[in-house]
Design a protein around this ligand. Structure first.
Ligand code: G
Ligand code: MN
Length: 254
């Protein structure tokens, strides 16, 4: 895709004409009960088809548009969460926060203002921090996260063990849990190294009092390993695909 086509897609998205959120349920590993749903941004194409918004996201990644996209996603997800909270108060919403937000500043102020504006109880929010880029000032980030945590929001490290995530963040940040990326889960049935990594990460997390969500579970063989190691929560096509809010609310009623 050419730069100008990508820029057009981003411009349209920022006018919020074709951005939609879908929700992927996160289940308790053993009981399969719905624990939460992750809000994922998707693009609605002219023909109505909904697909990944990766081109928009990549185009926005380095520029100021990212904050507008983050804001759109959070506002929509918090509003949806406030609505389903009345129906199913135990079901949380997982929302992604770009680490670039910490460079932009005022993360605490912007988050608390958004939550108040949307009428959302912070206690039903799991904020996922995706460490796709280097966190420049970990101590300052820890101070901000502590204030965010004190609002009642739970904090999770996304894609843990890849990119710029480091074990030091487990010591430094006031987190509640970590998400094990699909890449490590993919070859659980066939690759002993993947098994060592996933088993080890779950053991470290539990030892430190954190919980674990494993992502990208597609097969019973993968699930069996995760159950054997007492993984807390499961997100993946085996249990549920991402779905529109209407479908998700219907699922909550069943
Ligand atoms: O890392 P992050 O939490 O943002 O990843 C969620 C992404 O992974 C979503 O885009 C979702 O559609 C995708 N996903 C979720 N479950 C599965 C799965 O079981 N298999 C595959 N291939 N992708 C998945
Ligand atoms: Mn995520």
């Amino acid at each position: 895709m050419s730069d100008s086509v990508a820029q057009d897609a981003l411009d349209r998205a920022l006018e919020e004409k074709d951005l939609v959120l879908v929700y992927q349920p996160i289940h308790e590993a053993r009981s399969r009960a719905i624990y939460a749903a992750e809000a994922l941004t998707r693009q609605r194409r002219q023909n109505g088809e909904i697909r990944e918004a990766s081109i928009i996201m990549e185009t926005a990644e380095d520029g100021p548009e990212l904050f507008k996209l983050d804001r759109f996603t959070m506002q929509r997800a918090y509003t949806d969460a406030a609505r389903w909270h009345r129906q199913a108060p135990q079901v949380r919403v997982n929302v992604n926060l770009s680490p670039r937000e910490f460079q932009e500043g005022n993360v605490f102020e912007r988050l608390s203002e958004l939550l108040t504006g949307c009428g959302t109880n912070p206690r039903c929010i799991n904020l996922e921090i995706t460490e796709v880029s280097h966190i420049e000032d970990p101590e300052e980030t820890a101070r901000i996260l502590t204030r965010v945590h004190e609002l009642g929001i739970s904090l999770w490290l996304d894609d843990f063990g890849t990119g710029h995530s480091t074990l030091e963040h487990l010591q430094l940040f006031p987190i509640d849990g970590l998400k094990i990326p699909a890449n490590f889960v993919k070859d659980l049935a066939t690759d002993t190294k993947s098994r060592s990594i996933v088993r080890g990460l779950i053991a470290i997390a539990h030892d430190m009092g954190f919980r674990v969500i494993a992502e990208g579970i597609e097969t019973d063989a993968q699930l069996d390993h995760l159950l054997e190691w007492d993984c807390d929560y499961i997100q993946g096509f085996l249990y549920s695909r991402p779905m529109t809010i209407d479908k998700f609310e219907k699922l909550l009623q069943t």
